[in-house]
Design a protein around this ligand. Sequence first.
Ligand code: SAH
Ligand code: SF4
Length: 380
Amino acid sequence: MTDPIQHPSLHVHVDETVTPKPASRRNRPVSIYDLSLEQLQDRLAVLEAPAFRARQIFDWTYDKKVTSYAAMANVPAGLRASLDESLPFATMKPVREVVSDNGNTYKLLYETFDGQFVETVLMLYRDRATVCVSCQVGCAVGCAFCATGIGGLMRNLTAGEMVQQTVDAARRATELGRTLTNLVMMGMGEPLQNYVDTMRFIGIIHDPRGLNFGARRITISTSGVVPRIDALAAEPYQVNLAVSLHAPTDNLRSQLAPINKRYPIAELMAACDRYIAATGRRISFEYALMNGVNSSDQIARDLGQLLRGRLCHVNVIPFNPVEMLEFERPDPAGIERFAEVLRSTGIPTTVRYSRGVEIAAACGQLRAQHERLEPETISM
Ligand code: SAH
Ligand code: SF4
């Protein structure tokens, strides 16, 4: 087991009194990124601006990806000033960017208007560029191996806060000579416990008049909120679904992902079957692999048995070390062996190393690290 004391950031002074309380839902500001084109038109009507201005502003926001109203050259100065007063352009401030994997992983830490910290990761691969978006500050599910869940849920992010993460990542990708192609909701939080804003977010980035992000390039990852899997199957968007499984038996899964006590494996699998039947789409099962916990040959065979006959594949994610959590990643041979045993049962299996381990890019880790650091160490 890892000795948690070896992590230097544990020795940094913590002053818990400085962590501000999250703003209540009513007090959260709406930014340009929260609005559909129609909602923007309504806002502009109140300011007595013609409807075509909404298309211009959308174009500046999502096509040119400017970062302020001031840059919208063909929008009259008076309207820009009114918008600045009534509709903040963005509500989150980037406070720190950390780069790793030879410049292929960019992790961005934001401070929200109410003093919370949120992280987004941009991952560059040979054939694609993927953004990993956060949907909550913290998470109520509290999986045993996850940094995000450690402090519980602070608050849901708004659709606009998720849109901002995506547009910023798309702009960053362009600056790096790349195009953002994929989006995974595998950052901080449980998207199906922030369902309404997650769907609004997808609606906004999907709009062909705006960012035009194809639903098939979006993956929603869930710990298994059964009723919302059914709701998702009925949505018009053809997004991909990833289900974080981590164990083939209720006893083990309940220890790793406590949501299993509420929605045990049989119910989860039944929901997955309904989802596959309704959408015809393949499900990815995510499996955080922890040495000696869920990594034995027998467990791999049980997992194969559980998933047999389903339209699915498994992504094995070798455990990403988290400060204060005493799980271990198996060695490379152990990881390959687990994947091989699972493959031998007929289940398509991929090993996916999370990017940016050295910059704490597993979900929730940069934020956790950041909140233990003194404010003057923040760069940007
Ligand atoms: N709440 C959602 C999405 C965010 S977590 C969910 O649980 O699916 C995204 C993925 O990262 C999940 O599959 C989760 O199990 C995995 N994960 C979280 N912490 C991890 C860690 N320390 N090592 C490896 N995978 C981890
Ligand atoms: Fe929440 Fe997902 Fe982390 Fe579990 S793994 S605590 S559901 S963010």
